[in-house]
Design a protein around this ligand. Structure first.
Ligand SMILES: Cc1ncc(COP(=O)(O)O)c(C=O)c1O
Length: 362
């Protein structure tokens, strides 16, 4: 589609290619590389830098030794699953939720149970009793965009403590927050060492770099390190070194300030435009962060969603239907709209075409 509201990607045009190339060139020298294998947990300077970065940007209290460098959030989930799951174990995920996480746990032989998300986040009272792992996106629920309420956060941690379950907090895009005070992470609220905090540089930098990390309690660090070692020995050395420099020299903070401003601008245009064009026909779910937002149809269900999404595509507007994000029968219908691939002006034009393509059906 020419007007591409694709979900889950940042704008490559904002990436500091020049700087990255310069830092990378410095790494690709005999003096910077050795012929040896490195620490499976990641390069010490990067673990150090990440620990500091998430301390500042997210208030996560972690030492370098608590941080393990991965190939994206996806590998963090894989390592956690390898260490904690036996085939047949129950894993609870959000409904609707992030399909790659669901598929991953299924691929490890887990029984994956979708648990509904309401206006406060995951419905803790609907968790299956035997869930061993609970996967959540509390700071910006994927795909609905809801922020998990403080009460729910405490209820989830309480639930996990009573059942001796482990919580995975996927904080994939919360560096992009547009106002309001961020809530404390589950990791920060946890007093019993049962939250694994997962982060990614896929939104902040680029998904193709495959840079992510996890923060684990001491009791799991050895096993996670071994899991990373058997999976792929360790993440690529030059990229780790470059990212460490990028963080240490303040370039990441600067890049974040710049991109946050830009995405905030796009988020405002999209919110404003959707309201102007569709009025009460679309309900915008509250959204204060990230690179996408979710809008449900005020009237109409699966048939309307399919028809309008198809009409939009035919008119060159790529919008994603909400229902594929459900594992079971969808209970909400609408669109998930990303603004990583469109400039603010592109958003205006895309929305004009979107409205024309649905011709008053909303
Ligand atoms: C919920 C969620 N988690 C994680 C990620 C990033 O995954 P990765 O770091 O594997 O690229 C995304 C990206 O779309 C996401 O939506």
């Amino acid at each position: 589609a020419r007007h591409d509201f694709r979900v889950g990607i940042p704008d490559a045009a904002l990436f500091p290619f020049e700087t990255w190339r310069r830092l990378m060139a410095r790494q690709l020298r005999a003096s910077a590389m050795t012929a040896a294998y490195m620490d499976p947990s990641g390069q010490p300077e990067l673990r150090e830098a990440v620990a500091r970065h998430i301390g500042v940007s997210r208030g996560v209290r972690a030492d370098a030794t608590d941080v393990l460098i991965t190939h994206g959030a996806q590998q963090a989930l894989d390592l956690i699953g390898r260490v904690l799951l036996e085939p047949g174990d129950c894993v609870a995920v959000e409904e609707p939720g992030y399909p790659p996480a669901r598929l991953l746990f299924q691929s490890l032989g887990a029984r994956v149970v979708p648990v509904p998300v309401d206006a406060e986040g995951l419905d803790v009272s609907a968790l299956p009793d035997d869930a061993r792992l609970v996967y959540v996106t509390p700071s910006h629920q994927f795909p609905l965009g809801i922020v998990m309420s403080p009460a729910r956060r405490l209820a989830l941690l309480d639930w996990a403590r009573q059942r001796d379950a482990v919580v995975i907090e996927d904080d994939y895009d919360s560096e992009f927050r547009f106002g309001g005070r961020p809530l404390e992470t589950l990791h920060g609220l946890d007093r019993s060492g049962r939250v694994l905090y997962v982060g990614s540089f896929s939104k902040v930098l680029l998904p193709g770099l495959r840079l992510g990390f996890l923060v684990a309690p001491p009791s799991l660090q050895r096993e996670l390190r071994l899991a990373k070692q058997v999976a792929d020995s360790h993440s690529q050395l030059p990229a780790q070194a470059v990212l460490a420099r990028f963080i240490d020299t303040g370039l990441l903070a600067r890049h974040l300030r710049k991109t946050r401003r830009e995405y905030e601008h796009r988020h405002a245009r999209l919110t404003e435009g959707l309201t102007r064009h569709f009025g009460s026909g679309l309900r915008l779910l509250p959204s204060v962060a990230g690179l996408h937002l979710c809008a449900t149809f005020a009237r109409g269900g699966a048939r309307l969603e399919k028809a309008l999404t198809g009409q939009a595509r035919a008119a060159g507007v790529g919008v994603e239907a909400l229902s594929p994000y459900f594992a079971g029968a969808p209970t909400r219908h609408g669109w998930v709209l990303g603004y990583g691939a469109l400039t603010a002006d592109g958003i205006d034009e895309g929305l004009r075409r979107l409205r024309a393509s649905v011709a008053g059906a909303l």
